[in-house]
Design a binder for this molecule. Sequence first.
Ligand code: WTA
Length: 651
Amino acid sequence: MSDEKARPGIEALLEETRQFPPPADFVAKAAVSNTSLYEQAENDPEAYWAAWARKLDWILDFETVLEGEAPDFTWFADGKLNAYVNCLDRHVEAGLGDKVALHFEGEPGDRRTLTYADLLREVCRAANGLRSLGVTKGDRVAVYLPMVPELAITLLACARIGAIHSVVFGGFSADSLRDRINDSGCKVLITADAGWRRGKPVPLKATSDEAVAATPTIEKMVVLERAGVRHEMVEGRDIHWSDLIDGQPDECQPEWMDAEDVLFILYTSGTTGKPKGIVHTTGGYLTGVSATTRLVFDLKDDDVFWCTADIGWITGHSYIVYGPMSQGATQVMYEGAPDWPDCTRFWNLIEQYGVTIFYTAPTAIRAFMKWGDDFPASADLSSLRLLGTVGEPINPEAWTWYHERIGGGRCPIVDTWWQTETGHIMISPLPGVTTLRPGSATHPLPGISVELRTEEGEVIDEGGGYLALNRPWPGMLRGIWGDPDRFVRQYWSFWDDKVYFTGDGAKRDGEGYIVILGRVDDVISVSGHRIGTMEVESAIVEHPAVAEAAVVGRKDDITGEAICAFLILRDGFDHSPELRAEVQDFVGRKIGRFARPKDVLLTADLPKTRSGKIMRRLLRDIAEGRALGDVTTLADPGVVQSLKDRYQAEG
Ligand code: WTA
């Protein structure tokens, strides 16, 4: 953590006083409609979670629940189960084989319906295919696919045979893919020729080829033919998906896993240049995602659930694949952009498939607002009964629009706070119980305990502070792949008493309502995607023209935050608009398009403390056009004023 820790970022927000109690007809049918679950969980959190765990199918029942000490906790450690079997076999055995698991729609309009029996068959064939490539329990499999059913199928196929999947979002660059493959030593990469985005194929095979040129551990590459894009196949290394599963039997013996065997790794940005491979295990994670799917989304057997996240992020892992599928839900899965071919796409999908529960990101909601009310008004959204948001704070204005224009004023909104690291939702309303306040994720879920703390570790009952999780929970991360020291340093060492630090600031009012204020570390959230400032800085300084770079997040109306980069050029390079665009593209190629800086300011100097640290807080003030903050510790106060003048002039 840098000088930012002391940043007075725990700002007071607009006072929001409106309240929305759960509508009576919602309460009447809700799975949970009173607060007794909170009390029950509070009296005995372990018994509470054990009861949820026992709703899953275990091949060997557990006797122990929570064991260990911070940060090395285990859950249900002596039990054995298979995540996949819990997502598929048990539903088919219960007679739900004909129930639709996925209504898939590709961006070009192609459709596929997969029942639970279809999925079971497809996944068994894929799992057998992976086994035929020599993949066995504990092997790491990198997955770099568009949002098509094969992405979910691949995850479940890995789970069936005990392989550890590491999904890399399809928007990441070759370098990012390469680094993630190398960090966890993946043996196989599963990719596609391309995926569709805004009418164009986004190449994945070509990027994969570039990445695996420097990944010594990759033995095989599986290529799904999705978009009909020409691609090269490397003899002996590459195999098409269709050939992999061709002739494979429909049945596949599952690998029985210890509850604490690793289910997956998912990389997320942190405060250093290197992404962290967050490790999740099987029994606790599945318990957490299945419980929260039932409680937070009030999921019923006839619901049609649509989570718009990409499976490349944790939201898709937990609330497309493992949560809803473990609960036998019917889901909508859509490949492409919300504004393709026009801005009615999402609303048409809701109407067509009769979506009842819709879960999306505030960034998307703000974009819908900007596009205008006519688009949602043109579709019949009356099937909706519950809305959700995730990934970033939602401003009350966007909340209100979502409530009225999408939810018709009748649907509760669950504003769900959680992280890649927490595995499942931690702070959220229960829609049949909680009185909502726009902008507040409300209260911790039953069994979850949070604290707001000062930097010194003093607990704050009311007001702003650092958000801490002071009681273990089943889906908690078990580590950072290959880096136990960083795990302790990053999450468990902020205070002396080994309590988990989230990296977020929050405030709580007298009635216990929590408002998340955002990251207090050097992580920027662009459209809810976490990007480390250091990661962007190290990408930029690789550009031959750049001597030094400092990157900050500034507020943005649509994406929540936007990346703003301040650069010092090497001698011999001139400031020019072309160079600026080049640096933007360069970062896009190094990390991924979503990490391109929105603003690039070329400067002669950067404000630094006397000890040489870049004063990001001042840069943020400049980027947001605020009055200058405290410059007394600045080595050269003049730098700031000239930077500010430049920024405003170049706008
Ligand atoms: C932010 C996404 C406000 C927060 C599931 C957190 C939120 C980070 C909310 C995790 C919310 C997530 N309100 N902020 N409802 N949900 N965040 O790992 O800063 O991609 O620490 O997981 O997103 O992002 P991640």
